[in-house]
Design a protein around this ligand. Structure first.
Ligand SMILES: [Zn+2]
Length: 336
């Protein structure tokens, strides 16, 4: 898969938090948090396939109707993910409207909602426009290490932080990319064939290097081995490019438990988007309201080994002083 995540904040850092991640080559996008999305163009909103809601305070969920209004009447599956209670919340939002005219709409909008609780238990349910958004297909399963959503090219993992209420912190992880060098395959006398797919799958499964992989020769099998060690093939014909990792952290206190979870989730992130709601001078207020200061955000980015980090979700009390949280966070990031 090409490297194609293009993450941008939806709003100014003083307005509702939200991260829009365009999956450029798939002509679709992911959205982290669903506050005010009026600044997203209709075209951008229509590209959204999956929305990850950290929690349901107004500034993180009030954009649900804006999104619904734009996608209604389309043939579309919309994935919505959030902490425990998200299925009920979406149902209430949908029930707040009258649907007697929905049969006249062209496409069937389906909301596929998944919630994850603090124990990692995942429950999902569907709401179809065709049935006037009655709840259906309810399923429960245990999530593996916070795995909330998985596709061949990427996955999204969640961990639950404390903000007075449970809040999801989210990591979007691109799958490692394996590039096979065609010229080296040719030079070894090997044939291009289905065995290459099995070879790549073996690497992704983490199979030992001395395990033999069935291969195909370009000319004449006679006298040649029918399989070669995985490690030899890895050395000779391919390179692995590790996938990118984007992490999104908002609305949490700087407690020991939150710190540990954030550092684990954001370990080696390529970009960490992290709230810096208060300045360190107001750390007492930050603690009382279960938010991070800029200094704490920079410290977490450093401890997690993030390559880059972006702060946002600033308190309106600092309006006009938007450089201050950035500078404070950078200082903590650089001078541990
Ligand atoms: Zn909140």
């Amino acid at each position: 898969m090409p490297r194609h995540f293009d993450p941008t904040l939806v709003n100014d850092p003083f307005d509702d938090p939200g991260l829009y991640v365009d999956l450029v080559f798939e002509r679709r996008a992911l959205l982290f948090d669903l506050g005010d999305i009026a600044r997203l163009s209709p075209r951008k909103i229509l590209r959204i396939s999956d929305v990850f809601v950290t929690h349901r305070h107004m500034d993180h969920f009030a954009g649900f109707d804006q999104l619904l209004r734009r996608v209604l009447g389309r043939e579309k599956m919309l994935g919505l993910y959030g902490p425990a209670g998200t299925i009920d919340a979406v149902e209430h939002k949908l029930k707040a409207h009258t649907w007697n005219l929905i049969d006249e709409y062209g496409g069937n909008l389906v909301c596929s909602v998944t919630e994850i609780d603090e124990a990692g238990r995942q429950t999902s349910a569907k709401f179809c426009g065709r049935t006037r958004f009655e709840r259906s297909n309810v399923e429960t399963q245990q999530a593996d290490d916070g795995l909330l959503h998985k596709e061949p090219g990427f996955q999204v993992r969640a961990t639950t932080l404390d903000h007075g209420v449970p809040v999801l912190a989210l990591a979007l992880e691109e799958r490692a990319q394996i590039d096979v060098w065609r010229n080296k395959v040719d030079a070894m006398g090997l044939a291009v064939g289905p065995w290459l797919r099995r070879f790549k799958e073996a690497i992704l499964r983490g199979v030992d290097d001395d395990v033999l992989v069935d291969i195909g020769w370009a000319v004449g099998q006679l006298g040649r081995p029918t399989a070669l060690p995985l490690g030899l093939l890895k050395r000779e014909i391919m390179q692995i490019t590790s996938g990118r990792k984007i992490v999104y952290v908002v609305d949490c206190s700087f407690s020991d438990a939150n710190r540990e979870k954030i550092i684990r989730l954001a370990r080696d992130a390529d970009i960490l988007f992290i709230e810096a709601t208060f300045l360190d001078a107001d750390a007492a207020i930050a603690q009382q309201r279960h938010h991070l200061t800029a200094c704490q955000a920079g410290t977490l980015a450093r401890l997690a080994g993030a390559k880059r980090f972006v702060t946002f979700h600033y308190s309106p009390r600092y309006k006009g002083q938007g450089q201050r949280p950035i500078l404070e966070a950078q200082k903590a990031f650089l001078n541990g």
